[in-house]
Design a protein around this ligand. Structure first.
Ligand code: ATP
Ligand code: LTN
Length: 331
């Protein structure tokens, strides 16, 4: 039998602008991995509505995010790129998997705890069961690898637990996925507060992929550091500088030693704009390409429609198998 290539699934919510965090933690690794794996890259709009979205914005961002994926270097011919709500099997499988997930397991998810604090007036059932939908996304395609930032590791582990449980009851059904967390850039911190994750829902201290160069420079020049002068990686005592060094290395491909040597004896007044410049140059071609692709609505529509068809074909195979195993009558 022909051995199938290993498969990747990952996605980002169109709940705001793509950020330097989502680029370093996720997208740039997708770009590298697309050559070795069969990949599905999703725009997870169903996840986005776990907190309130403005409909016109959500619609616009979903398509813009696809243009940005392509501009970052993801090839829509090679990979399956689609919008989650176009493939109803995600929601169907999520319902089933929810019946094999414990209330206690979901209660332990740190993202749920954080988001329910952020949205204390709107803690919905969807926000609580969000990790089950994520498990459905991954298991539906029998993904081997899930490239994400460090904050999503717990969700991938829960996905494995659900898969192991289901396989134990009904015999082998799902491939057990592994998280792929990058060595560098798995947790980019806010430029305003290096103790919290850079996050699209907290615009302060957040660099967006589509930010203009002068905006990026301004944000880096204002980045919170410490009252020393040495550009040295020291996570415990110099979290701001360590974060900037991480960003610099990830953006330029230099090692930490090379970066420290480059700025030895030079103060933060030289270092901070240099990090800004590196990010400006990294994002410039992406932003220009995304602007260009965004103008071609027909092309983008073609990509997400073809993507949804290809995804449905694979999704149906798993969903039918699951439905049969649990005892649903064949249609
Ligand atoms: P939100 O603020 O709505 O929670 P977010 O900015 O955290 O959103 P997500 O859509 O949750 O972004 O994340 C998309 C992908 O990027 C995930 O794989 C996530 O792990 C990764 N990611 C997000 N923020 C960072 C970050 N600061 N550093 C590294 N990876 C990140
Ligand atoms: N929960 C993820 C987004 C996401 C995802 C997925 C990532 C939804 N489904 C499947 C990888 C695989 C987040 O970034 N907040």
């Amino acid at each position: 039998m022909e051995e199938r290539k290993k498969r990747i699934f990952s996605g980002i919510q169109p709940s705001g602008e793509l950020t330097l965090g989502s680029y370093m933690g996720a997208i740039r690794n997708w770009v590298q991995l697309q050559h070795e794996y069969d990949c599905l890259f999703c725009i997870v709009d169903e996840h986005a509505i776990t907190v309130r979205q403005e409909p016109a914005q959500l619609r616009k961002r979903s398509v813009a995010q696809l243009a940005q994926y392509i501009a970052c270097g993801l090839d829509p011919e090679k990979n399956i790129m689609f919008i989650q709500s176009h493939v109803p099997q995600h929601a169907e499988l999520a319902w089933i998997l929810g019946c094999y997930t414990q209330f206690g397991e979901l209660s332990r998810m740190t993202q749920f705890k954080a988001k329910s604090q952020q949205h204390a007036d709107n803690i919905t059932a969807g926000l609580f069961t969000y990790p089950v939908l994520m498990a459905a996304d991954i298991l539906l395609y029998q993904a081997d690898l899930v490239p994400v930032g460090a904050d999503q590791k717990q969700h991938v582990e829960l996905t494995r637990d659900i898969a192991v449980r289901f396989n134990g009851v009904y015999s082998d059904t799902f491939v057990l996925p592994e998280p792929f967390i990058p060595k560098l850039g798995a947790r980019i911190m806010s430029l305003d507060d290096p103790s919290s994750k850079m996050s699209k829902s907290v615009p302060d201290g957040c660099i967006n992929l589509m930010d203009q160069p002068e905006v990026i420079m301004k944000k880096f020049k204002r980045a919170v550091t410490d009252c020393e002068t040495a550009v040295k990686f020291d996570q415990a005592n110099k979290p701001g500088i360590s974060n900037l060094l991480t960003i610099y290395c990830a953006a330029t491909g230099k090692t930490m030693d090379e970066a420290e040597a480059e700025f030895a004896g030079q103060g933060y007044g030289v270092f901070k704009p240099a990090v800004g410049e590196a990010v400006v140059e990294l994002f410039r071609p992406i932003r220009e390409e995304a602007d260009r692709i965004m103008k071609d609505k027909a092309y983008l529509e073609g990509v997400y429609k073809t993507g949804a068809q290809r995804a449905q074909y694979l999704a149906n195979k798993t969903l039918s198998k699951v439905q049969r195993k649990i005892g649903f009558v064949a249609r």
